[in-house]
Write a protein that binds this ligand. Structure first.
Ligand code: ZN
Ligand code: MN
Ligand code: MN
Length: 283
């Protein structure tokens, strides 16, 4: 089987327009926002748009879709008003995914804003339990993204993600996404071939590779352990060609969809360049 590869794709013109653009660019996996990612509220998806998205997807070469939630959401926000707003918004995001038939909602666990990591982890799990209880029978999973650990962000250690999953009641609704730039900045050396293998086996021991459903393929503008989240084109950053060669040839994660979140213009032609580099690394 060929590896599923693609990029975060613009929904300018509606969610179904993303399918058209991705198909034109030759993607087999995509990530989208189902609403404006910098706003709290968006109007509901129309029945027509939902059907158009689904039918276009069926007729395309795209075999995997993931949604990324809004950047405003913080499931462990300190202020009660912000926490409630985040929880409402997350619930809306889950509903949008379910309506569109999107199997995973990727999100950053949260930023504890000085409350401490333990408290943050508890609040995130509580937020997820509330969301899951309000959406019984939903197929969409809550996909925890590993973070760089910038500011007070939780999720820069695999142990953080494990603790959240442990506190979530409905564990079959929990999946995980590795972002290469994030984990590298967090201190996981995936550039070196020997330490790369250790990182993946550590992930498997702590979280379990069966929960890994997506990988964000980004090079990093910042060095190992910097805890700064800055994406770079493949091969142009500190992870470099060596790191991505490790990933593209790892049989254990060959079946995991890989999605670029690298800098791009409106037409996303940069994505084609980056994907061709990745494909060229497969031995
Ligand atoms: Zn993200
Ligand atoms: Mn990411
Ligand atoms: Mn990032």
């Amino acid at each position: 089987m060929e590896q599923l590869l693609g990029a975060h794709t613009s929904t300018n013109g509606g969610v179904s327009a993303a399918v058209d653009l991705a198909e034109k660019l030759g993607f087999t996996a995509i990530q989208i926002f189902t609403k404006n990612n910098n706003r709290w509220y968006s109007k509901d998806l129309s029945e027509k748009e939902v059907e158009l998205f689904k039918s276009k997807l069926r007729g395309s070469h795209i075999k995997f879709v993931v949604a990324h939630d809004s950047y405003l959401i913080n499931l462990c926000a300190k202020e009660p008003e912000m926490l409630n707003k985040s929880r409402d918004s997350f619930l809306d995001e889950l509903k949008r995914c379910e309506l569109l038939g999107i199997p995973h909602l990727n999100f950053h666990p949260g930023a504890h804003m000085g409350q401490g990591e333990e408290e943050g982890i508890k609040l995130i799990a509580e937020s997820l339990n509330i969301a899951h209880t309000k959406t019984p029978g939903f197929k969409v999973t809550s996909m925890l993204e590993a973070t760089a650990g910038q500011g007070s962000a939780i999720g820069y250690k695999f142990e953080h993600l494990r603790k959240i999953i442990d506190l979530v009641d409905d564990k079959k609704r929990m999946t995980v996404c590795i972002d290469t730039a994030h984990i590298f900045a967090a201190g996981y050396d995936i550039k070196n071939t020997v330490t790369y293998k250790k990182v993946i086996s550590e992930f498997d021991t702590i979280i379990g590779l069966e929960r890994l459903k997506c990988i964000h393929m980004n090079d990093s503008k910042k060095d190992l352990g910097s805890k700064v989240d800055r994406h770079e084109h493949i091969g142009k950053g500190f992870i470099g060609i060596e790191g991505f060669t490790n990933i593209m040839n790892d049989q254990k994660i060959k079946h995991i969809p890989k999605i670029l979140e690298t800098p791009k213009g409106k037409e996303q032609l940069e994505d084609i360049v980056n994907l061709n580099i990745l494909k060229g690394l497969i031995k």
